[in-house]
Design a protein around this ligand. Structure first.
Ligand code: TRH
Length: 361
C-alpha cells in the first residue's frame, strides 16, 4: 500500500485552499493511518485554520500530520518524494521535487477545485505526461456525481452532526450565520432582516465583511463580542472559529450564508438551507458554477432559492425577496435535508483517492 503521502498547498488568498488541504490531510491520517506531510507556502495564514500551528517552525507534527513550510525550490533538493503526491489546485510543485520524483515514480495527482459543471465527469481521472520528466500526472476532480472524485466528508460527520442537533434547543427566532465576501450586498440583506416579520439572530465570525456591517449600524468599527440591534435584527460578532466550531455553528443555525469552496460543502453537510456566494471568477464563470450546482441540488430556475442566490451574487436582497424566502422556508428545510441525504450516499473524496491509489499499484 502507498502509505506516505505529500500534499502541496499554496495559500492563494483567503482560507479555502488550506481549509480543504488541512481537512483532507487530517482525514487521510485519521481514517487510513497514512503518513501525511502537508507542505504549505504561508504558515501565517495556515495558522488561522490549523490550530496549534507555530508559524515560526519549518516542520511540526499536528494531529499526527507533519506540517512543513514550502520554501523555495532549492529547499526540496534533498527531499525524498512520498508514494502519493497531491498537487492541490494546480499549485505547481517545486521543480527540484519533481526531479526527485523521477527516481521513485510516485502516484502524482492534481486535486482540482470543486465544480458541479457537467464537463467535470469527463475530465475526472484523465492523465497527462509531464513534458520534461515523462512522469504521469492524473487530474482528480471532486464533484457531485459517481463519475467524479466525490465530496470531502469525514466518515463520522453525519453521526456527529445528528448527535449535536439532538442537543440543540430550538429558539423562536431565526438563527442565521453569515460568512461572505465584502462585495456581497450586505447592507440590503441586513436591512431586509431588520424589517423581517419575525426576529432574526445573525452570527458573523470576524473577517473581511465587518467593515460593511459596521457601516450599516452607523459605527466606525465593530469587534468580536459586539452585539448590534436594529428593529427585528440582532447581530453578534463571533471570533474566527476552529473548523470544528464552525461546523457546529452551521448545524445549529436555520440558514447559513457561505462562500468559496470549503464552507459551501460544510453547509451542504449541515442539512440546513444555505446561500452560497461563489468565489468571483473572470468572465462571470462563477455564475455558471452557481447554476450548475443549483441544478444538481434540484432547484428550478424560478424557485425562490435560485432567485435569492442570483440576487446575493449580482443584485440586492429586497425585503420582499427576504419575505418570500421566509414563506418558503419550511419547504426549503425539507429540501435541504433530502438533498444532503442524497449526497451522503456517495463515497467521499478521501475514500475515492485511497481506492484510486490502491488500484494503481
Ligand atoms: O476563504 P474562502 O473564500 O476560500 C476561497 C475559496 O476556496 C476559493 O475557491 C479559492 O480559490 C480561494 O479561497 C483562494 O472560503 P472557503 O473555501 O469557504 O474557506 C473558508 C475556510 O475557513 C473553511 O475551511 C472554513 C473555515 N472557517 C473556519 O475555520 N472558521 C470560521 O469562523 C469561518 C468563518 C471559516
Amino acid at each position: 500500500m502507498n502509505r506516505r503521502w505529500d500534499i502541496f498547498c499554496r495559500v492563494v488568498d483567503n482560507f479555502g485552499d488550506i481549509g480543504v488541504c488541512w481537512r483532507l490531510a487530517k482525514q487521510l491520517q485519521d481514517e487510513y493511518a497514512l503518513d501525511v506531510r502537508l507542505w504549505v507556502d504561508d504558515l501565517n495564514v495556515a495558522s488561522k485554520i490549523v490550530m496549534d500551528l507555530d508559524a515560526k517552525l519549518n516542520h511540526q507534527k499536528i494531529h499526527c500530520v507533519e506540517v512543513c513550510l514550502w520554501r523555495d525550490d532549492e529547499s526540496f533538493v534533498s527531499v525524498t518524494p512520498a508514494d502519493v503526491v497531491i498537487e492541490a489546485f494546480a499549485c505547481e510543485l517545486p521543480s527540484s521535487y519533481i526531479q526527485n520524483m523521477v527516481a521513485n515514480e510516485p502516484i502524482w495527482l492534481n486535486l482540482e477545485y470543486l465544480s458541479a459543471e457537467a464537463w467535470v465527469d469527463d475530465f475526472h481521472a484523465q492523465s497527462a505526461i509531464h513534458p520534461i520528466t515523462s512522469l504521469q500526472k492524473t487530474f482528480f476532480f471532486p464533484g457531485f456525481t459517481d463519475n467524479t472524485g466525490g465530496l470531502i466528508r469525514e466518515q463520522n460527520l453525519v453521526a456527529k452532526r445528528e448527535a449535536a442537533k439532538a442537543e440543540f434547543k430550538r429558539l423562536p427566532s431565526l438563527q442565521v450565520s453569515l460568512f461572505c465576501y465584502p462585495h456581497a450586498p450586505i447592507h440590503s440583506l441586513l436591512q431586509a432582516m431588520s424589517e423581517s416579520e419575525h426576529s432574526v439572530e445573525c452570527f458573523v465570525p470576524t473577517g473581511s465583511a465587518l467593515g460593511k456591517i459596521a457601516e450599516f449600524f452607523g459605527r466606525a468599527q465593530i469587534e468580536v463580542g459586539d452585539t448590534l440591534n436594529k428593529q427585528k435584527l440582532s447581530l453578534t460578532v463571533l471570533p474566527f472559529l476552529t473548523q470544528g466550531e464552525y461546523d457546529q455553528l452551521l448545524w445549529c443555525c436555520d440558514l447559513n450564508f457561505v462562500r468559496g469552496e470549503d464552507s459551501w460543502i460544510r453547509a451542504l453537510w449541515s442539512a440546513q438551507p444555505f446561500i452560497w456566494q461563489t468565489y468571483p471568477q473572470d468572465e462571470k464563470h462563477h455564475l455558471k458554477k452557481l447554476d450548475a450546482f443549483l441544478e444538481k441540488y434540484e432547484v428550478k430556475q424560478n424557485d425562490v432559492l435560485s432567485e435569492f442566490h442570483h440576487a446575493w451574487l449580482q443584485a440586492e436582497i429586497t425585503p420582499t425577496l427576504w419575505n418570500k424566502l421566509m414563506t418558503a422556508f419550511p419547504a426549503l428545510k425539507q429540501q435541504a435535508a433530502l438533498q444532503t441525504q442524497k449526497f451522503e450516499q456517495q463515497p467521499d473524496l478521501a475514500a475515492k483517492l485511497v481506492i484510486f491509489t490502491k488500484n494503481k499499484v
